[in-house]
Design a protein around this ligand. Structure first.
Ligand code: AMP
Length: 206
């Protein structure tokens, strides 16, 4: 299965992608996670990407395209979480793929609901599990329920950066909705619900 997940920051793409990965075995390729790992390891890519991520802007296409091309080269089944983020990346993805996409899922949700979600989001810096203080708390409190690392708030979940990321989504990423609709690939999943309910909707689309 070859899937693309599109949605504004906090729409739940990562949570749904991780669950599909563990239940179906399709590998998640999450560009945000790969970039954060590169920053944590202080690689040349991480050094270049850091300032863009802190400002809530997109990292330049050539850096992200190369990262995705390297990851997809070895995968038959994957879920792209957070890529493509603009029309240029979508065009590049078509040249990277050796087999066509099966579906694009758009997680649709209002910005008000997203602000509430992002302010309570906590992530595991080690295994990338995603939690929410009230909606999806870790069974181990401030430690990851999977690997026991101490959970953190993402720097770019601060309110000013979140506003910038929404603007980037509206201006650069939202045009992909029509792009994939015109290609007959788009499925819209209402994402303003608990993770389990959204997961059932994703399964019914697939
Ligand atoms: P995410 O974890 O998907 O919310 O991504 C966090 C940040 O990483 C974004 O705000 C961007 O700065 C950067 N990023 C992730 N994916 C991409 C992409 N496909 N193109 C450019 N920047 C990206």
């Amino acid at each position: 299965m070859r899937l693309v997940f599109i949605g504004a920051p906090g729409a739940g793409k990562g949570t749904q992608a991780r669950r599909l990965e563990s239940e179906k075995g399709w590998t998640v390729v999450a560009t945000g996670d790969l970039l954060r790992a590169a920053i944590a390891e202080n690689t040349p890519l991480g050094q270049q990407a850091q300032a863009y991520i802190q400002r809530g802007e997109l990292v330049p296409d050539e850096l992200v395209n190369q990262l995705v091309a390297e990851r997809l080269a070895t995968l038959d089944s994957f879920i792209l979480d957070g890529y493509p983020r603009n029309l240029a990346q979508a065009a590049m993805l078509e040249t990277i793929l050796t087999q066509p996409l099966d579906a694009v899922i758009y997680f649709e949700i209002s910005e008000d609901a997203l602000i509430e979600r992002l302010s309570g989001r906590r992530i595991c810096p080690k295994c990338h599990a995603v939690y929410h203080l009230t909606a999806n708390p870790s069974p181990r409190g401030d430690q990851c329920g999977v690997c026991e690392a101490t959970l953190i708030t993402r720097d770019d979940d601060q309110p000013d950066t979140v506003r910038k990321r929404f603007q980037v989504f509206r201006e650069q990423t939202a045009p992909l909705i029509d792009y994939y609709r015109e290609r007959g690939l788009l499925h819209t999943v209402p994402a303003d619900a608990a993770p389990d309910a959204v997961y059932q909707r994703v399964l019914s689309v697939l």
